[in-house]
Design a protein around this ligand. Structure first.
Ligand SMILES: Nc1ncnc2c1ncn2[C@@H]1O[C@H](COP(=O)(O)OP(=O)(O)OP(=O)(O)O)[C@@H](O)[C@H]1O
Length: 347
């Protein structure tokens, strides 16, 4: 890991100028800066002792991870020798967060993009849960899913993450963000990968509905209570973001993903799937969807050929018929048939 010169970072951010500020969390401010001809993001903790611990923890977890395309990359750190303040230098994510995309962007994301995001975030979580040691993120939420320049999703903010070596290790106090936090995670001993699975399920519901995870103007206020009741009653359409129509060929995929989400947020921890199980389910239903257009096009070809065949037969009969006997009826019938033939040829 690179150790950056603190003064160089101060310079690169214009002394932490507000014009370079790209985000603010409850623990730190994030600035963009040009370093070695590359745009990077710098995280500076807010002045509170706990925030420095969180930053140290984030450095410790991120530096223990191998590179992954769906997890934010740590580029280095820096230390202000006058007060021991640390800074994190990480890759810059220019396209904002999933939270902004869902709740602030003028145009809602199309359904195939939403499915791509589910899978990319699931891959990030799988990488953490199946690594050695296992990492439990503890703060999976739409604000912590950021987009790179190609709109690939990456999981960020490892301030609360835990390196989970064995179930007997001393766990930190339960923590997370209200709305995403597993209600079963009430004591340190309840820490498990299933806490992340719960939060991931909430993110799935948020992506599909674009509803705020806690909306006090609605009843029920919690997205989980609202969506699970609708899923149980098979009222799937009412959950889907109404600003953008759900294409027919996507409806079974989204239905399937809603079932996955419902199992992730199950109040019985044992009933929740592992992230590997979730990923297999999601990838299977995407493969189904990709297969569908092949069947549709085969079916359409068959219909087109039949239409052409029937139209040609009718045309021959009409050619052979005596226009004089049937008069205008035949002429308009021919016209109609040529229209059918033309349609069959161009469809
Ligand atoms: N690498 C990055 N590139 C661009 N923007 C970023 C980057 N990292 C963070 N941000 C922006 O800064 C915001 C705050 O960052 P982050 O969530 O890491 O701070 P935090 O104080 O730990 O947050 P929390 O309140 O969740 O604890 C993010 O929501 C995002 O908008």
């Amino acid at each position: 890991m690179v150790g950056f010169d603190y003064d160089e970072l101060v310079n690169a951010t214009g002394s932490f100028s507000p014009t370079r500020l790209v985000g603010k969390g409850s623990h730190g401010m994030v600035y963009k800066a040009m370093l070695l001809n590359k745009m990077v993001a710098l995280k500076k903790p807010l002045q509170h002792r706990d925030n420095h611990y969180k930053l140290e923890n984030e450095i410790c977890v991120l530096s223990s991870l191998p590179k992954n395309q769906h997890v934010i990359s740590l580029l280095g750190t820096s230390q202000d020798h006058s007060n021991n303040n640390k800074l994190i230098v990480m890759e810059f994510m220019p396209n904002g967060s999933l939270h902004d995309l869902l709740h602030l962007a003028p145009t809602p994301p199309p359904w195939p993009k939403r499915v791509e995001i589910f899978i990319q975030v699931a891959r990030a979580v799988q990488f953490l849960h199946e690594g050695k040691p296992t990492v439990i993120h503890r703060d999976i939420k739409s604000e912590n899913i950021l987009f790179d320049s190609d709109w690939n999703a990456k999981l960020a903010d490892f301030g609360l993450a835990v390196l989970f070596d064995s179930p007997s290790q001393v766990s930190p106090p339960a923590a997370g963000t209200i709305g995403y936090l597993d209600p079963c995670y009430t004591t340190p001993s309840k820490l498990s990968t299933k806490n992340d699975v719960f939060s991931f399920g909430v993110v799935l519901l948020e992506i599909i509905s674009c509803r705020k995870v806690i909306d006090v103007s609605k009843s029920p206020a919690s997205i989980v209570d609202w969506a699970v009741a609708l899923i149980e009653e098979e009222r799937i359409d009412e959950i889907c973001d109404a600003r953008i129509g759900l294409p027919m060929d996507m409806s079974s995929t989204i239905r399937h993903i809603l079932y996955v989400a419902a199992s992730c947020v199950s109040s019985n921890v044992e009933n929740r799937p592992t992230i590997a199980g979730i990923l297999t389910e999601m990838e299977n239903c995407v493969i189904e969807r990709v297969r569908l257009p092949i069947w549709i096009s085969m079916w359409r070809n068959l219909v087109r050929r039949k239409k052409k065949h029937i139209a040609k037969k009718c045309a021959t009969v009409l050619e052979q018929s005596d226009d004089g006997v049937l008069g205008d009826h035949v002429s308009s019938g021919k016209l109609l048939l040529w229209q059918v033939l033309a349609d069959a040829g161009t469809e």
